[in-house]
Design a protein around this ligand. Structure first.
Ligand code: 3PG
Length: 400
């Protein structure tokens, strides 16, 4: 029977052996509990977790646990998570435990993955081999629909490929989705007729589980060209439910608000890697994974591996476009491209709308920074005859 292999880091409390800790995790997540039980019949044991080599790592250990595939209900993501990532994090004799990665077997991926992937999104935008530039409308809440659309127009005309709502903007009374979306799309049409460029707008449809599909349909009816889902607060299954819905044929931009509660602590929680695999298999076309120069803390080698998980081979599924976002500005672009490559969406909120000459200039500065990076020209050099970039670098400096 195929095994699903999860890799954990763990640090037992003093006096607890690594063997005992690994067994405690394996038993808690499969057929055992904290004590012997008379009901653990002989025939149940084929579902026992299989503990791999326990290796010292930092202040603790790593080990794999192989989960027999019959323990899973194929396609039931909440159930998968309860196995790989359930009670184990709270076991009191283990000081810290972090799920690092999960290797799935094909039979547990009865999903179609992204409909568009990097290539599909590039086709919509009409780009070849360059990083995309995106923006988040700022302020994240408060603007009315008309002003939101105006800011979107300025960003689009300045050169961004993608505009998205921020995670806390959904359908509040100051900016109802039904009013905002048509106005923004009108502006995107205007940009198309003025420049020939197709700019995507990821409208945030995040809401309750029993309402998200209807909200997605509503967005389609109002002319949306991309949807956005906040995957951790909505639940992974929200992405699947929308991606699998007949008649919803739009790319899905996946934001990850709340992730750092699980991903940030290097000793405890869940690394981003398993989330990348889940989002890709469930149909996310774009996923935030982080920056190497921005405001959020990241381990660069973990981040590169996460992006590879989205772009490398994965059971023949289409790729997911990694999104670098959070405190990014034109002065960080060179470093992002050097470290993360060209298959990346470079997204800046404050780094565009905070430009001294406004949103349009901020968007232009981001595009100029990308052009400089692709041409292998140092940003300061390129800025000499690109005034928008120059003004941005003067304000925020250059990340190195
Ligand atoms: C995001 O959605 O990633 C953040 O809102 C980024 O905003 P910032 O570019 O202003 O940090």
């Amino acid at each position: 029977m195929t095994e699903i292999t999860a890799t954990y880091y763990f640090r037992p409390k003093e006096g607890v052996s690594p063997d005992w800790a690994a067994r405690a995790i394996a038993e808690e997540q499969t057929t055992g509990t904290w004590t012997d039980i008379a009901t653990r019949q002989e025939y149940v044991h084929y579902l026992d977790g299989i503990i791999g080599d326990i290796k010292p790592s930092g202040a603790g250990y790593t080990c794999t646990i192989g989960y027999p595939s019959d323990i899973f209900e194929p396609g039931n993501i909440p159930q998968y998570l309860s196995v790989f990532a359930g009670n184990l994090f709270g076991l009191s004799k283990i000081a810290a435990v972090r799920l690092l990665d999960v290797e799935f077997s094909r039979e547990l991926i009865p999903f179609n993955g992204p409909k568009f992937g990097i290539e599909g999104v590039r086709k919509l935008v009409g780009s070849e081999g360059r990083p995309h530039v995106g923006t988040i409308i700022k302020p994240k809440v408060g603007l009315n629909p008309k002003d939101t659309a105006e800011v979107a127009y300025e960003a689009a005309i300045g050169g961004v490929d993608l505009i998205k709502d921020d995670e806390t903007l959904t359908d509040q009374k100051f900016c109802p989705l039904k009013e905002r979306l048509p106005l923004v799309m009108e502006k995107m049409d205007q940009v198309k007729s003025e420049t020939g460029r197709n700019v995507l707008y990821a409208v945030n449809i995040s809401t309750a589980g029993d309402k998200i599909v209807e909200r997605a349909r509503e967005a389609v009816r109002s002319g949306a060209n991309m949807l956005m889902i906040d995957v951790l607060v909505c639940g992974f299954d929200a992405v699947r439910a929308v991606a699998e819905q007949p008649g919803i044929n739009l790319p899905i931009h996946v934001h990850r608000a709340m992730h750092a509660a699980m991903t940030r602590n290097p000793e405890h929680g869940i690394a981003m890697r398993p989330f990348c695999r889940l989002v890709r298999m469930l149909g996310g076309d774009q996923l935030h994974t982080g920056t190497v120069s921005g405001k959020m803390e990241h381990d660069a080698s973990e981040l590169k591996g996460d992006n590879l998980t989205l772009t490398g081979d994965f059971f023949g599924l289409k790729t997911t476009f990694p999104v670098a976002s959070g405190g990014l500005h034109p002065g960080g672009v060179d470093k992002e491209v050097r470290m993360l490559g060209r298959d990346i969406i470079l997204q800046a909120g404050g780094g565009i709308h905070g430009h001294p000459d406004g949103t349009r200039a901020g968007a232009a500065a981001m595009r100029q920074a990308v052009d400089a990076a692709l041409a292998g020209i140092a940003p300061a050099q390129y800025a000499k005859d690109h005034p928008e970039l120059k003004r941005a670098l003067d304000k925020w400096g250059i990340a190195n």
